[in-house]
Design a protein around this ligand. Structure first.
Ligand code: SAM
Length: 347
């Protein structure tokens, strides 16, 4: 199959100077964690007893809007709201509604979100009305008991109703599943057939050593090279050039006709093509998910109503975007690569 590129990430005429780092990578994709809170406690993401940020430290939704808009003005074409769980932030639809003006103007090619699906039944129609076309739903297993064990608190039935609602609202749903040793590894073919049977792409993700979560990472980590080799014994996987602006590399599965993505931060690092940065709900900019390099954007944002200070801080930060990360998971490396949990920066 010929390469297909579904998203136009080219910069429209008249935009401010693009964000280009010292390795020549242009930043066109911003992920924003709008809250560090979540209604699940996935065993690879959070510990059971998390301490969350005091609400007063969070940027207001108006400030998040201003921050996102500053990036859009610099050529960011794709915006993903994430968390924590983005749909548990109070009045989050205000932010989606407000940001949708950048879709209407053509400055933004895509406004989307990553969600655990628990609140989708409530918000699917409104998201579609805001111009959201696609949503990533994280779902690691279709077994209700395992689902409860992985999420610690989640209810599979509620998530499935949320997925139904999203599809009924006309949203394209992509399922994201973290490949977990001994937990869902036997279920991956069934998960794929279920997703493809419903017209949904499935992306598999390697677990990353972010934050102290309780279980040992080495007991969770399942290399996708192994998953792919196993799948290849039962299915025909054809590499395709399909991209959605993120790190997944896709194959078409001949037997189902569906797309399967592999997100491989450990077995095959994709940093050379990185087009992303991340902002947390406190306005901290992380230039790389796998490194601690960060810049505070909250102070320059609040220091002036104009965006000059903010833009200068963004420029300074992008100039320091690291070349890449170097995650390691093995028996000798017992400490997480970073103290920060995935729920801080979002996926
Ligand atoms: N609550 C939303 C959700 O569940 O999709 C958004 C935030 S969640 C942190 C985003 C994605 O990161 C989810 O797909 C989750 O499975 C994934 N994730 C969390 N911790 C991870 C880790 N340590 N390694 C790899 N993926 C992780």
């Amino acid at each position: 199959m010929a390469a297909t590129h579904t998203l136009d990430l080219d910069r429209p005429k008249g935009a401010l100077a693009p964000l280009v780092d010292k390795f020549g990578r242009t930043i066109t994709y911003l992920r924003v964690s709008v809250t560090d809170r979540c209604d699940f406690r996935c065993v690879y993401c959070m510990s059971e007893n998390m301490t969350f940020l005091p609400k007063r430290d969070l940027l207001s939704l108006e400030e998040l809007d201003r921050l996102c808009s500053a990036f859009v003005a610099r050529g960011v074409r794709k915006l993903r709201l994430t968390g924590g769980e983005p749909l548990v932030r109070r009045d989050i639809m205000f932010l989606f509604r407000s940001l949708s003006r950048h879709l209407a103007s053509g400055a933004l090619a895509e406004l989307t979100l990553t969600t655990n699906g628990s609140q989708l039944a409530r918000f699917a129609d409104e998201l579609a009305a805001c111009g959201v076309k696609r949503v990533n739903v994280s779902l690691d297993t279709l077994d209700a008991e395992k689902f409860r064990a992985v999420t610690r608190w989640g209810d599979l039935a509620k998530v499935l109703v949320g997925i139904d609602a999203a599809q009924a609202a006309g949203l394209a749903v992509k399922i994201n599943a973290v490949a977990l040793k001994g937990l869902n590894e036997d279920e991956i073919p069934a998960l794929m057939e279920w997703a493809h049977g419903r017209g949904m792409d499935l992306s598999l993700i390697e677990v990353m050593p972010l934050g102290e979560v309780g279980p040992e990472r080495v007991d969770q980590y399942l290399p996708l090279s192994l998953v792919r080799a196993r799948l290849s014994q039962r299915n025909t996987l054809e590499d395709i050039g399909y991209r959605t602006g993120g790190p997944a590399r896709y194959v078409r599965v001949a037997e189902t006709g569906g797309r399967l993505g592999f997100i491989t931060p450990l077995t095959h690092n994709f940093c050379e093509g990185c087009n992303r940065v991340r902002v947390t709900c406190t306005g901290t900019l992380f230039m790389c998910l796998g490194r601690e390099d960060a810049a505070d954007l909250r102070a320059p944002l609040r220091a002036s109503e104009a965006d000059d200070l903010l833009q200068a801080a963004i420029d300074e930060a992008i100039a320091h975007k690291p070349k890449g990360h170097d995650f390691v998971i093995d028996r000798r490396t017992r400490q997480p690569a970073l103290a920060r949990h995935m729920s801080t920066t979002g996926g």
